[in-house]
Design a protein around this ligand. Structure first.
Ligand SMILES: [Zn+2]
Length: 666
């Protein structure tokens, strides 16, 4: 029995030390916090029964991780203890019962507790001398921490000077990153191709333990204080609550969710209240802290194995759990980015059943070497989408999962765009189509009034529109069945669709929603290349170098026009009568003969269909008119021209034949 116990103590000590290292030093845990606490508890129980086997490197002999070597060391005057964790009402009740036994109080006694939020961040100590912030350190192993003064000074919620002139005080608090900041940081890192932070706690810790304070300053960290270390004699407070109010009055950031309650049932009520508003808080918390309010009692209670006897953390159940990936689905977002999503064996994480978790992109999958069948650690933090933190055991598939080369939504070829795989079929991919149409119809693009997001949603869902060209093929009556669509609004919509056909070329290019092509670049493209034809025939090099727009944009334009479905949609737009024209003709060198000039066709052509001829004019920035008017630049007369020809002769317009037309567009 005792040999068994020794063996288990050794195993647990090694395991906990390893996980401690992963958690604190690498900031890269492989087991859940809950699982980790379970190991600690098992070891503590065994060490209690068999004290002769407690090893010198037992985690019970120290509080946290070792100090990283890159920062100077700071020895805490009073050790920074860690709190004992409880996870259930029974455990919390036992915490209360132990206190009463220790103090010799009757079981019915109601102790006054002070309750606070348990922030999920990095514990720090701030030293103020004569009201001035002089040194800040991390908790480290509880005895010695790292000197991160310069980094802490960049945090706005840490005052550099107190509101009161206090001789000396050590303030203890937690540095954290709010949910928004965390999301933004990971989005930025995704774009840069940097590795992502697993949770806001790791992000806060990584930001503080940064060698460059400049970087820390950009991370938008917050500090909330929860107590003091040592302080000079002139300071007097009798309760934990008074201490918090004292700190607040001195200008130290104290979260408003602090309460004094009567008895342990009061603390449990506080916990229930916090659990309800947890998701709506702007930052992550992992439970509450319950402290004996009376400081004299705190002193009497003292500590036991590096934790105060007078306080406990009452935590929400684990937010990381182990599961298995049963499949990987790839979805396509509104901008064409392919997002891999892991389908999981359902697992309960913090009261929510999680069945799916994001895998971000191919780079992240490669880095974590994730594939179907793998055992994984899954994390859910607040309202953030659950994510796969890491692989714990490899399943049957060796190597990482590969994203498909074809868009799962429309089947067209995807391209690699930064860290993302992207479907380039912007104009017809069903997954992108709503966003594309809304942009196309927007005010600064084609300006089709009445074709907003709601209507587009309905039209796409009803199958009336599959791409932007379909807008021009809607028939009267198509819309009458739609909710909230009367005869009048239908008529208005058709009018604005009709009006939009006569659009300037730069706005037309912008409306196509080519990635990276905003209004300015659309304008440049048209000025230089004339129309679609010119842009289409330009190589990546030419597109990128001409205006110094960079290769990424050049590539995006190039790929757009190499995607057959996109050019097909453009052709259909022209065919429907969309007739973009160039406003400032003098700007075009290459297409001067066509760009901005107006044309009309009459009679049959030998080498072109009418559509082809009209398209080539439009693509080169010319305008195709349907009726003869005084200011026409060219009348192209083919075989057996009709009445338009006669009119043109009467108006003495410039009439050319097919050969001359061919010469013009050459
Ligand atoms: Zn697609």
């Amino acid at each position: 029995m005792s040999i068994e116990a020794k063996k288990r103590i050794d195993e647990l000590t090694d395991a906990i030390n390893y996980h401690n290292y992963r958690y604190y030093m690498l900031e890269d845990p492989v087991i859940s916090d809950f699982e980790f606490d379970r190991l600690i508890k098992e070891l503590a129980a065994l060490e209690n029964t068999y004290p002769q086997y407690v090893r010198d490197d037992s985690p019970s002999k120290r509080v946290g991780g070792a100090v990283s070597e890159k920062f100077g060391q700071v020895r805490h005057n009073i050790p920074m203890l860690s709190l004992d964790n409880t996870y259930s009402r029974d455990e919390v009740a036992e915490f209360d019962a132990k206190i009463k036994r220790f103090l010799g109080y009757p079981a019915t006694e109601e102790i006054e507790y002070e309750c606070e939020l348990k922030f999920d961040g990095l514990a720090v100590e701030l030293i103020y001398r004569d009201g001035i912030f002089v040194q800040g350190s991390t908790r480290g192993d509880g005895v010695t921490g790292e000197d991160v003064t310069a980094n802490l000074k960049t945090i706005n919620t840490i005052p550099l000077k107190l509101q009161k002139n206090i001789g000396y005080i050590e303030v203890r608090g937690e540095v954290l990153m709010d949910k928004k900041g965390f999301k933004r940081l990971n989005e930025e890192r995704l774009k840069e191709g940097s590795s992502l932070f697993a949770n806001p706690r790791n992000a806060a810790s990584g930001s503080i333990r940064q060698l460059d304070p400049e970087v820390t300053s950009k991370r938008n960290l917050i500090m909330f204080a929860y107590g003091t270390g040592g302080y000079s004699k002139e300071i007097i407070f009798e309760t934990q609550f008074e201490m918090m109010n004292f700190l607040r009055a001195a200008g130290i950031n104290i979260n408003k969710n602090v309460a004094v309650v009567k008895g342990i049932s009061g603390a449990i009520d506080f916990f229930d209240g916090v659990a309800k508003k947890r998701e709506s808080l702007p930052f992550e918390i992992d439970g509450i802290v319950i402290k004996v309010n009376d400081l004299k009692l705190q002193e009497r209670l003292g500590e036991i194995s590096k934790s105060p006897r007078w306080a406990t953390a009452y935590k929400f159940s684990a937010k990381q759990e182990v599961s298995e990936i049963t499949g990987i689905e790839v979805s396509v977002g509104r901008t064409g980015i392919l997002t891999p999503v892991a389908i999981l064996k359902p697992v309960n994480i913090g009261g929510v059943v999680v069945k799916r978790a994001t895998l971000h992109n191919q780079d992240e999958i490669n880095k974590k070497n994730i594939n179907i069948g793998d055992g994984v650690l899954v994390e859910r933090s607040g309202d953030v989408i659950p994510e796969v933190v890491k692989v714990i055991s490899k399943g049957g598939n060796s190597g990482p999962f590969k994203l498909p080369e074809l868009c799962p939504c429309c089947g067209s070829l995807t391209v690699i765009d930064g860290a993302a795989h992207r479907c380039m079929n912007e104009l017809s991919c069903p997954c992108q189509i709503k966003g594309t149409i809304v942009h196309f119809a927007s005010k600064r693009a084609m300006d089709i009034e009445g074709l907003g997001e709601k209507i587009v949603d309905k039209l796409v869902e009803k199958g009336l529109i599959k791409n932007v060209a379909d807008i021009y093929y809607l028939k009267k009556g198509d819309l009458s069945g739609l909710e909230g669509f009367g005869e009048k609004s239908e008529e208005n919509l058709f009018n604005s669709i009709e009006k939009s056909k006569n659009i300037s070329y730069d706005r037309f290019i912008y409306a196509l929603g080519i990635r990276h092509v905003g209004e300015h670049i659309a304008d440049l493209l048209v000025k230089y290349f004339g129309g679609i034809e010119g842009i289409k025939s330009a190589g990546i090099e030419e597109l990128s170098s001409r205006f110094g727009i960079g290769e990424e944009i050049g590539k995006s334009i190039f790929n757009f026009f190499r995607t057959g479905s996109n050019t097909a949609v453009i052709e259909r737009l022209f065919k429907a009568g969309v007739s973009p024209h160039i406003v400032n003709v003098s700007a075009y060198a290459g297409y001067g003969k066509i760009a901005g000039k107006s044309f009309i066709f009459t009679g049959g052509l030998k080498d072109f269909t009418r559509d082809e001829a009209e398209n080539s004019v439009k693509e080169m920035g010319g305008i195709v008119e349907k009726t003869v008017k005084k200011k026409l630049d060219y009348v192209v007369a083919g075989n057996e021209p009709g009445s338009k020809y006669d009119k043109a002769v009467k108006l003495k317009l410039n009439i050319i034949n097919e050969e001359e037309f061919k010469e013009l567009i050459k």
